[in-house]
Design a protein around this ligand. Structure first.
Ligand code: FAD
Length: 490
């Protein structure tokens, strides 16, 4: 099945819109008992919505899943091209991420993890290109440089963050952490700039921008501190948790398991390519109108629309003031992610940074395609942002800036222009998290708000946070609609 989303380029075909994916759902609509009132409507079929819809439908609640796209997965989906899965969004997982690993284990997928890194091929080095020029170094030297620079960045308490954030899943347990609430990445760099060599400064800025997808000025320091804490205050563990282990079946193979389990319950109805426009919870039941003018009602709603598009849905009564403010401020992540199939198989062991003059900041070899070529993935951010689809020559040029490469294919999704995301994973502006996080999590009567963007755990912004958030929302709904499940939470 081909999704209307995503882009594919080869020298022969040129740029084409739409890529194949097992995430596309056909038929696009299945409404069981159309006259009935649903127990719960879940808006959005990303990991939050898929988890919520699975957990409500499998416990016997009549569930309707409404999704604007033609596919499941939201900001996480893969496209299988010539037998190889390219990840358009969320990719890497780790057993340190409790919610995602519980699901991998539950679906019998412990043997599905593969390594993105392979340091056995000829081009086994890291390229650093800064304004001062380019040079190669070993991966050991690369790790030492980044570990040193990132260590200085997070060392706000002389204890590498362990004192100010001892519990990443309870990030405010030490109130001292609020001292950093308004700090931007640029502010933090300024505090330590006397202690950074030129290489260290380029390394830490490039690395943090890879994580935030924003600019150093608009990205909060606090989000980084939480990632760092969740990864056990250690640079190598942080790499392992965010960019090393992926699924050989592609993320859509994982997401599909949630959807199929929900479907098998016999309680799931769904409608894809059917964006929700209006939610009215002013009367007893929640009434929903889609953009196409279809009406649905339910006792409860779990809305999983992400922060940057929350204001596209009209609510009656309106969203509370704090939610509206946060939704209009938006998070900053405008990550650009571009996959390239490179002819030379020896590039499999390469990685590089080009900063600050290039449109793409970080590139890493990520796999070998069935054709025996190297799959590399490149990341850019809001600083020096580009729309990869608008100017393919510019995109190819940005890749060539890392090192000369013969590029046989590009595959990507433009998250900035995506009408159902308007950005990548959440990264707050300075001050925003502390001011709005609680408000974003608050329900409004029968309407619950769940998303990785405001998940309660240490892995907010990750697939793990989405699964956590969907699990919690479904549990609340189940406890309210199925009194037998009403247990008190300690
Ligand atoms: P979403 O996936 O955004 O799901 C929300 C759904 O709601 C979407 O399907 C959307 O179409 C739908 N929707 C929105 N508005 C409406 C409407 N009005 N009507 C109907 N439907 C609507 N995480 C990791 O763990 N590891 C990674 O390596 C990683 N890398 C990433 C790389 C990129 C480029 C991106 C973009 C994200 C990455 N993430 C990663 C983050 C991860 O993908 C997200 O945190 C997670 O997928 C969010 O899931 P969600 O269900 O909370 O939100």
């Amino acid at each position: 099945h081909k999704s209307r989303e995503g882009w594919h380029w080869t020298p022969d075909t040129g740029l084409q819109a739409g890529i194949p994916s097992i995430a596309v759902i056909e038929p696009s609509q299945l409404i069981r008992n159309s006259k009935d009132i649903f127990d719960v409507i879940v808006i959005g079929a990303g990991y939050t919505g898929l988890t919520a819809a699975r957990d409500t439908s499998t416990t016997g609640l009549k569930t309707l899943l409404l999704e604007g796209r033609d596919r499941i997965g939201g900001r996480t989906w893969s496209s299988e091209i010539d037998g190889y899965p390219y990840e358009m969004g969320g990719t890497w997982v780790h057993w340190f991420q409790p919610h995602v690993y519980r699901e991998l284990s539950r679906y019998g997928m412990k043997d599905h993890l593969v390594h993105s890194t392979d340091y056995t091929k000829k081009h086994n080095f890291f390229t650093l290109r800064t304004s001062a020029g380019a040079r190669n170094m070993s991966h050991e030297e690369e790790d030492e440089l980044f570990a040193r620079a990132v260590g200085k960045f997070v060392n706000v308490d002389g204890d590498f963050g362990k004192t100010v954030m001892p519990f990443p899943f309870s990030a405010y347990s030490n109130e001292d952490v609020f001292k950093y609430a308004n700090l931007s990445v640029a502010d933090r760099i300024a505090q330590i700039s006397h202690d950074l060599s030129s290489d260290e400064r380029h390394a830490v800025e490039a690395f943090v921008l890879l994580c935030s997808g924003g600019t150093t000025e608009n990205s909060a320091f606090l989000d980084f501190l939480r990632w760092w804490a969740a990864a056990n205050y250690d640079y190598k563990t942080l790499l392992d948790t965010i960019i090393v282990f992926k699924l050989k079946c592609g993320q859509s193979g994982f997401a599909k398991r949630f959807f199929e389990e929900a479907l098998a319950s016999g309680n799931l109805s769904y409608s894809f390519s059917n964006p929700v426009a209006h939610i009215d919870s002013s009367k007893g039941l929640v009434q929903m109108r889609t953009k196409d003018g279809q009406y649905f009602s339910a006792k409860k709603v779990i809305c999983t629309a992400p922060l940057n598009v929350l204001e596209e849905i009209e609510f009656n009564p309106p969203l509370d003031r704090a939610k509206r403010e946060a939704a209009s401020l938006k998070h900053v992540n405008q990550c650009v992610k571009v996959h390239a199939e490179i002819r030379d198989p020896e590039m499999r062991s390469w990685s590089g940074v080009t900063y600050p003059d290039n449109k793409l900041v970080i590139g890493v070899a990520d796999g070998t395609t069935p054709a025996g070529k190297t799959h590399c993935v490149f990341f850019g951010c809001d600083a020096n942002h580009m729309h990869a689809d608008e100017d393919i020559d510019q995109t190819l040029q940005a890749i060539q800036e890392f090192a000369p490469m013969e590029i046989d294919r590009l595959v990507f999704h433009n998250w900035s222009k995506d009408e159902f995301a308007k950005g990548a994973w959440v990264w707050y502006r300075p001050g925003m998290e502390v001011q709005y996080l609680e408000a974003l999590r608050k329900r409004q009567g029968p309407v619950l708000f769940a998303n990785s963007d405001w998940a309660a755990g240490g892995w907010r912004s990750f697939i793990d946070g989405a699964i956590q958030s969907g699990t919690e929302a479904a549990l609340t709904v189940r406890q309210e609609l199925m009194p037998i499940l009403r247990t008190s939470r300690l």
